[in-house]
Design a protein around this ligand. Structure first.
Ligand SMILES: [Zn+2]
Length: 103
């Protein structure tokens, strides 16, 4: 009896070993891609959050460029609006963020 049981088990093992070489079904590949994309997105958010907690790298560095992409881009003064000439404006040349600098 043991011999037949061992043979049956060996046949099942061969079947399992053959299944290893079959490609993953497309729905599994798609699910893995979705999970990988989600993990990448979560990592990106964590990196942004970590950068948002750091001091800005230079006094005139754009906060959005630093937090979003980890780059240092200089904010430069731009002409004030005619409607509010008392408000100074600075603009990032990379992302076009404009910040009011109130005295
Ligand atoms: Zn910027």
């Amino acid at each position: 009896m043991r011999k037949q049981i061992e043979e049956h088990k060996a046949a099942r093992l061969r079947q399992l070993q053959q299944e290893e070489y079959h490609p993953k079904p497309s729905y599994v590949l798609e699910a893995e891609q979705v999970i990988a994309k989600h993990r990448e997105s979560e990592l990106e958010k964590a990196n942004k959050k970590a950068r948002a907690q750091l001091p800005i790298p230079a006094d005139d560095a754009c906060p959005d460029c630093f937090v979003e992409r980890g780059v240092t881009s200089q904010m430069k003064p731009i002409p004030a609006s005619e409607d509010a000439p008392e408000i100074d404006l600075v603009k990032c040349k990379e992302c076009s963020l404009v910040i009011e600098i109130k005295p």
